[in-house]
Write a protein that binds this ligand. Structure first.
Ligand code: NAI
Length: 256
């Protein structure tokens, strides 16, 4: 007989990075709407406060921490503060990221490239390391990392961004294998272009807006809520057999 599985998020404790804007904000609000208590983390304090206000309007329990995810000890402190405040950590969404400056590889600036790796790769690494330690003690949990469609295929003019997201996909798969039998499910979402403040500057590069729209067979860009829906599903027992997956949510762009 088929087991009845639901989006059993109510009563859980979720930790979301990059929650001061875009996809992270949509994810935090979705967790709150589903009945989770949420710790929201970002380096942009005003964005964070705006998200906290939205969650309070929803009626959810929320705590905030201003954290730079490139700093491992600050990320560990935020994870510890989550447990202190809400008693446990069930669901983590490592989502903070930066796009970097679009340029072909030979014209890429090293400092900017290192910053992209620092946030997009090391930020996820720091998050997972602290979260897994807590989840092992608890006996389980779920982690969803925000990679990108550019973590599955190359993206001209954003080579280091693409490399950082391929790294997130690799980290997700390997950690998922390491912890699969210990109750921790780890997956990533790979969005196509989503309408958030991050994608806006890309559209100012001549020709890039039209080129990006053209590679989405659905004929439009995505919405932050369309990523949040998948994050929630991956964080609930409705996805209980999904382990180490990197799910393209990209209007068909990587299906071509
Ligand atoms: P966004 O710019 O709207 O939000 C990113 C958030 O991350 C911001 O609030 C920012 O303050 C925060 N952040 C950046 N660096 C940080 C740091 N060092 N420490 C703490 N917080 C930091 O961007 P969006 O679109 O919501 O991006 C979220 C994730 O989705 C990123 O990982 C991005 O790479 C990924 N993504 C976005 C796509 C898009 O088209 N918007 C497409 C594919 C992936």
């Amino acid at each position: 007989m088929r087991e009845d599985k639901t989006m059993d998020i109510a009563g859980k404790v979720a930790f979301i990075t990059g929650a001061g804007s875009g996809i992270g904000r949509a994810s935090a609000c979705a967790f709150a709407r589903a009945g989770a208590s949420v710790m929201i983390v970002d380096m942009n304090e005003s964005g964070l406060m705006e998200t906290a206000g939205l969650i309070e309007e929803i009626g959810g329990a929320v705590a905030t921490m201003t954290v730079d995810v490139t700093d491992g000890s600050s990320v560990a402190a935020a994870v510890a503060a989550t447990v202190e405040r809400f008693g446990r950590l069930d669901c983590a969404h490592n989502n903070a990221g930066v796009g970097g400056t679009p340029a072909e590889l030979a014209e890429s600036d090293e400092a900017s490239a290192r910053q992209v790796m620092d946030v997009n790769f090391w930020g996820v690494f720091h998050g997972m390391r602290a979260q897994i330690a807590v989840m092992l003690r608890q006996g389980g949990g779920t982690i969803v990392n925000t990679a990108s469609a550019a973590g599955l295929v190359g993206l001209p003019s954003l080579s280091v961004y693409s490399a950082s997201k391929h790294a997130v996909v690799g980290l997700t798969k390997t950690a998922a294998l390491e912890y699969a039998t210990r109750g921790i499910r780890i997956n990533s979402v790979c969005p196509g272009v989503i309408e958030t403040p991050m994608s806006t500057p890309l559209f100012e590069v001549p020709g890039l807006h039209a080129a990006m729209a053209a590679v989405h067979p659905i004929g439009r860009f995505g919405l932050p809520t369309e990523i949040a829906d998948a994050v929630l599903w991956l964080s609930s027992s409705a996805s209980s057999f999904v382990v180490g997956a990197s799910i393209a949510i990209d209007g068909g762009s990587t299906a071509q």
